[in-house]
Design a protein around this ligand. Sequence first.
Ligand SMILES: [Zn+2]
Length: 363
Amino acid sequence: MSLITPNYEQSLYSLACGISNFLGVKRDCSSMNISGNRIVLALLDGFGWSTMRKAGIEVKEARKIHTVFPSTTATVISTLFTAMTPGEHGILGFNTYSMRLGGIVNAMRYTYPAVKERDSIKDSLSFSTAFPSLQSYLKEVNDVKTASVIPKGLEDVEFTGVTHGYVSETKTYIDFWDAFFNLEQTLQKDFKFIYFYIPDIDSLSHKYGPYSEVTLKATRDIFENLYNIAKKHTEFTFLITADHGHMTTTETILLDQIPELINKLEIPPYGDSRAVFLRTRNDIHDYLYTKFDSIRVFKKNEIPSLLGKVNDEKILPDYIMVPTDGRAYIYLFKEKDEYYKLVGHHGGLTPDEFEIPLITVNG
Ligand SMILES: [Zn+2]
């Protein structure tokens, strides 16, 4: 399967620059043009272009754009609310590297990968001290009211705080019906920008696969509800998009069980199951190609083009290994982790993962 070369000019990054611009915050980036007076940014987690197509959704307002690399929620949400490339904000994958924190951390949970509790690092060191480059443009918005509508439980986590906790009002919902009820109520008020987030397509894609009946049914239900609301509220431009798509898992390879590889590395592999970040002082380029089938290995000098603009070279790994087939590469930090059982994965560069819709309603 051929891999995508990220086009940051037509991606969630340029969309983020457009939104930042729309809200009156200047960022040094080339932005997508956004028309209208008020906007709703609806992020349907895991709603890839091919999931949309397989669900039978065909709307004239849809166009195909790219996400950013690695194609995973932590990286994408960071880009979406900072208008910075992954290479600038430095949240690179589900598990990312932080010199300040002494190694590998899970940014969304703000904890070490072997630790179960969320935000376990928070009391010792704030997220903004650990990742100082991540600066949300929402923090700089003046004289304009903004809101978010997100699942209950996400409102008080550290990662939400630093990315979109700066909105004027955060509303939470308890289930599918409440999500749309809450959104409609929020649309009645005087907000200029509303962020609406739904996680379900992603969780179903992980559990049952992106093209399973239940995932496609959920995709249709969620999209129809949202699209109908958008059509009713012409005073808003609706930007319906996704953070990434999904790849159906054909095989799971447990990297922690390959000592031959682990012994060549300075720290465990990190990043994502489909974007394996490797730090080593050894030249392992040829080794990786002989050890694993259907992969593409990116050397350090090729990595900036994947991550967009890079400010600090220290955030770069020495190699990134990306599968060209459906294999997922997992390093289990926890003994009882069930992560390896997932039948859908993302993070990589296949079209299924990297191509996402941008559906502009009333724009
Ligand atoms: Zn996911």
